[in-house]
Design a protein around this ligand. Structure first.
Ligand code: FAD
Ligand code: UDP
Length: 385
């Protein structure tokens, strides 16, 4: 008989949440993690008393009360609301996401009616082109962006930023990426439409540590360095690493984008006045600057701290040895992924979950929701047996 009910490969949000719930239900779990720390990409590193989001800015948001209550039962969250600003190719600053503030700054329109007229004008060209070619659905990100928001905003706030972030032309990227951003006819700079939003008070490590409290964890432990051993220690494996690596890249390598962070400590209390400033011009090589202390400015005297920490984010193609961040869900990669997915379905004792194992652009809340669903289906299967 195996020593553990579950071996969980990876201590990111998927692995940690799964381990937490399974442990609470009396299952014996072992988590192995190849990095030197817990939490995967939500890990924070403290620098000068500031929680630095080491793998990029993370803002938790959801409309699902169950998920919100769950994370808050582990650590209370603050009321941070993400409202980035963008420095455009024309040298001006604009509010994001696309809302009445942006439209006023771009065109001087003041009412939703005026903005609607302008937006209709701006969309005209792409709609006519699509009609002439009998295209009903946008075929790529460029068409989708032009349909949603029109030419000026596409050129000032989307095109260069997206091409820097993804390293591919907008007309070769899937349309869904840009549908993540709200378009609003109100003066509301909240980047997300969700009901609940915030940052764990004290940083994301509090969430991970709380989830993994009382669970056996081995850091600096790569599943592939001792695969035979790890495959025999538990009845089931929850695998949250790269699915193509799991199958020895037999159908080829899946592509990812990654980010290089240039993090600096500055001797000033407030560098840019906002957590996120995007640079939507090709003239600047990085995509955005994150100033981490603003994430925790609620109920905290962060501006009394004479230092601040900023990270410039340079988006690049992923190569071996780097952290894979964003799956490139274009057609070529999707075809490869589906072959791996087919193999995975045949593997009875291994469950693939999370951003890397499912090769999907998941936010944190959907990751937790997927774990809830997985646990539910495992319970139902047990009852059937
Ligand atoms: P991961 O965090 O990648 O965890 C996988 C873990 O498995 C890692 O710790 C890894 O080291 C480990 N592992 C992999 N292979 C092995 C192996 N062979 N052996 C042992 N361990 C292994 N979501 C939001 O909701 N809001 C945001 O603002 C937001 N911003 C983001 C910004 C960036 C730059 C990125 C990359 C993501 C962002 N996300 C955001 C998404 C969020 O990070 C993910 O939803 C979440 O972290 C996914 O958790 P995971 O467990 O699937 O993956
Ligand atoms: N985007 C953009 N301009 C911006 C911010 C975002 O064009 O100033 C586009 C870009 O293509 C990005 C997508 O919108 O990939 C989704 O943005 P989001 O902020 O959700 O991306 P994340 O950083 O979370 O991956």
């Amino acid at each position: 008989m195996a020593k553990y009910d579950y071996l969980i490969v990876g201590s990111g949000l998927f692995g940690a949440t799964f381990a937490h719930i399974a442990h609470k239900r009396g299952k014996k779990c072992l988590v192995i993690e190849k990095r030197y720390h817990l939490g995967g990409n939500i890990y924070c590193e403290e620098i000068k008393g500031i929680n630095v989001h080491k793998y990029g800015a993370h803002i938790f948001h959801t409309s699902d009360k169950l998920i919100w209550d769950f994370v808050n039962s582990i650590v209370p969250f603050n009321r941070y609301t993400n409202s980035p600003v963008a420095m455009a190719p024309n040298g001006k600053l604009y509010n994001l996401p696309f809302n009445m503030n942006t439209f006023y700054q771009m065109w001087g329109v003041r009412t939703p009616k005026e903005a609607q007229i302008k937006l209709n004008e701006q969309r005209q060209e792409v709609l006519e082109r699509m009609r002439e070619n009998n295209i009903v659905e946008p075929r790529n990100l460029e068409e989708q962006a032009l349909m949603l928001i029109g030419k000026d905003i596409y050129e000032q706030l989307i095109k260069d930023y997206t091409e820097k972030q993804w390293g591919r032309p907008c007309n070769q990227l899937p349309a869904f990426i840009i549908r993540r951003l709200p378009v609003r006819m109100t003066y509301d700079n909240n980047y997300f439409n969700d009901i609940y939003q915030g940052i764990p008070i004290g940083g994301y490590n509090k969430l991970t540590e709380g989830l993994l409290d009382g669970i056996e964890v081995k850091l600096n432990t790569d599943f592939f360095e001792n695969r035979d051993k790890w495959e025999s220690v538990a009845d089931k494996i929850i695998f949250t690493g790269k699915i193509d690596e799991f199958y020895n890249y037999c159908f080829g390598k899946l592509e990812y984008r990654t980010v290089r962070f240039q993090t600096e400590v500055l001797d000033e209390p407030n560098f840019q006045g906002n957590a996120v400033v995007n640079y939507t011009t090709k003239q600047v090589p990085f995509t955005r600057i994150i100033e981490h202390k603003h994430f925790e400015s609620f109920g905290n005297s962060v501006y009394d701290n004479p230092h601040t920490v900023i990270s410039r984010e340079y988006s690049t193609e992923w190569m071996d040895g780097m952290e894979p961040f964003y799956p490139v869900n274009d057609t070529k990669n999707q075809v490869i992924y589906e072959k791996y997915q087919k193999l995975a379905k045949e593997d009875q004792n291994i469950i693939f979950g999370g951003r890397l194992a499912e090769y999907k652009y998941y936010d944190m809340a959907p990751i937790i929701s997927n774990v809830f669903n997985l646990i539910e289906s495992l319970c139902q299967n047990n009852h059937k047996k």
